[in-house]
Design a protein around this ligand. Sequence first.
Ligand code: URA
Length: 210
Amino acid sequence: MFELLPDKNCDLCPRLKSFIDDNREKFPDKYNAPVPSFGDRDAELLIVGLAPGLKGANFTGRPFTGDYAGDLLYATLLKSGFAKGEYKARKDDGLELINARITNAVKCVPPENKPNGAEINTCIQFLKREFETMPNLKIILSLGLVSHNAVLKTLGHKQSAFKFAHGAVHDMGGGLKLVDSYHCSRYNTNTGRLTTKMFEDAFQTISLRL
Ligand code: URA
């Protein structure tokens, strides 16, 4: 049986393992390991990001916690009723997700924020376990094309049958929907590809379907 999270010293992806080893030396007091999902497994919504950011999730041990993408994601979750408490960019800030869980397509931080195809494929086994162990899962929100493609692959669907588009709602069968959003990265917001309103609208689309 596959585990839900790679082992702390997972070496399935040699490049990612060696990057984590380097970062353990450089930043010994930081988390530097595969980052576990955050939120209740009973949730109906699963948000799938790309991979931990070096100084965000990889430092703090919680997805999207401590970097720019997390500032926008958690603010939007709080505003749209999918979180309560206060986001303070720390794992122990007491923030709670409501009917939502957050994970990443790739669980280990990749160099330059870019996992390669083999790493994405290798980590799909953990995404699969994630889906299998969420009994009430109704909506998967993919943040960006890499997540969208990883989710399709995990569910055994053809990429060509479901084109990525911000705000799109795809029927995955069995009552499961895939909603797409541009990734809430600093690059996407700085270039105007993703505005706060567009991101909030994606969560509105989800709320209306739960
Ligand atoms: N931090 C994460 O945990 N995931 C992302 O996709 C980006 C930043």
